[in-house]
Design a protein around this ligand. Structure first.
Ligand SMILES: Cc1ncc(COP(=O)(O)O)c(C=O)c1O
Length: 389
């Protein structure tokens, strides 16, 4: 796509391939060059060509940031060295005495950051089930500055109403951050629903190949964007140019990967719900899911994450995970390859046991990240392993 070509009105499939990446003006290279230089020559002191020092800005990173912004329909994109680097930078905008209203089912590392790093700095968080809008309304405190949640949540796939929560937050003068890692911009656009900022662990679907750790924030709020740009440089949690290049490459197939994997997840969730060794199946696409109607309305698909309970508790779920042959037993999600994990022992071990139990992250709970392999091969793998659980 030509430099300066209009991107308004283009579909996500086109933006994923082109946004932020016109052909290189020097060589005509169609793929974004990896600019490794850590410093940039100035014509005269203070007279630079948009880049001074690699932490403050880099051409490959700038392309990725423009691409992030286009995908989420926002004006400003920011790239970070990890999802938690993105979270830390956003949370660094708060001051001692501020309160964050947070969803009760957040990624374990986000919980740890809020509970073990931000709380000792005087930034309080409360972890609340945001499914009921009256509970949301009553959970605001005079010092609530930020509302932070995932939807679907990790690992219980709860669905929260972005538009309603954003509307209450607006009345109370708080900003809303939606972690859109699970849904991706292919299935859900939080900014269009009223969120102030969208956050991603780009490690997951955006990169999509399990070979980069990265994070993203997108916003259209000018004041927030200015403060974020400052903090991004001041805190320095920025990604390498090579990682930016890899994420740009991964994003080109984001819509194809996400739609394919989500369709397979729908089939697998349905089959799991009819299997004799399986108890509760949690997937927003099943009509039995509490948030199914809301998910149908605020998402354009139900995603490729499934959580389910294996009958027989810890031993059965461990045996299932050890017996899988195509699914790798590994943390993380969102790659082309299918992964399975045990939240209580793996990704959510940093959430205290009492809280895990209260939430329903019990010993039989297994989380699947469905990849892009053949759904029949994936199901055969699951069925074989369930037979051994
Ligand atoms: C929903 C969600 N948000 C944020 C993160 C943190 O991202 P990263 O591991 O890239 O730091 C993760 C990591 O698993 C996640 O699942």
């Amino acid at each position: 796509m030509k430099e300066g070509a209009k991107t308004e009105g283009l579909s996500l499939d086109t933006l994923a391939v082109h946004a932020g990446q016109p052909p290189d003006p020097v060589s005509g290279a169609v793929m974004m060059p990896i600019v490794l230089s850590s410093t940039f020559a100035q014509r005269a002191p203070g007279e630079h060509q948009g880049f001074e020092y690699g932490r403050s800005g880099n051409p490959t990173r700038r392309a990725l940031e423009a691409c992030y912004a286009a995908l989420e329909g926002g004006k400003h994109g920011f790239a970070f060295g990890s999802g938690l680097g993105a979270s830390t930078t956003l949370l660094s905008l708060l001051r001692s005495g501020d309160h964050v209203l947070t969803g009760d089912d957040v990624y374990g590392g986000t919980f740890r950051l809020l509970d073990k790093v931000m709380a000792p700095l005087g930034i309080e968080s409360s972890f609340t089930d945001l499914s009921d809008i009256d509970v949301v309304r009553n959970s605001f405190r005079p010092n609530t500055r930020m509302v932070w949640f995932e939807t679907p949540t990790n690992p219980l796939l709860k669905i929260f109403d972005i538009a309603k929560i954003a509307s209450v937050a607006r009345e109370r003068g708080a900003i809303v951050v939606v972690d859109n890692t699970f849904a991706t911009p292919v299935l859900q656009n939080p900014l269009a629903l009223g969120a102030t900022a969208v956050l991603h662990s780009a490690t997951k679907y955006l990169n999509g190949h399990s070979d980069v750790i990265g994070g993203a924030v997108v916003t259209s709020d000018e004041e927030l964007a200015q403060r974020l740009a400052y903090q991004q440089n001041a805190l320095g949690a920025v990604p390498s140019p090579f990682d930016c290049y890899l994420v740009l490459r991964g994003i080109k197939t984001l819509p194809l990967r996400v739609r394919h994997a989500s369709a397979s997840a729908g089939i697998i969730a349905d089959r799991l719900s009819r299997h004799k060794n399986v108890g509760r199946v949690i997937y927003p696409g099943l009509s039995s899911h509490k948030g199914h109607a809301l998910a149908s309305q605020q998402m354009t698909g139900f995603g490729a994450m499934i959580s389910f309970v294996i009958k027989g508790g810890l031993e059965a779920s461990k045996s299932f995970l050890s017996s899988l042959e195509i699914f790798a037993c590994a943390e993380s999600l969102g790659g082309v390859e299918s992964l399975a994990e045990h939240p209580a022992i793996m990704t959510h071990a940093s959430v205290p046991e009492a809280q895990r139990c209260a939430l329903g992250i019990d010993d039989g709970l297994v989380r699947l990240s469905v990849g892009v392999e053949s759904v029949d091969d994936l199901w055969a793998d699951i069925e074989r392993a369930l037979g051994k659980s």
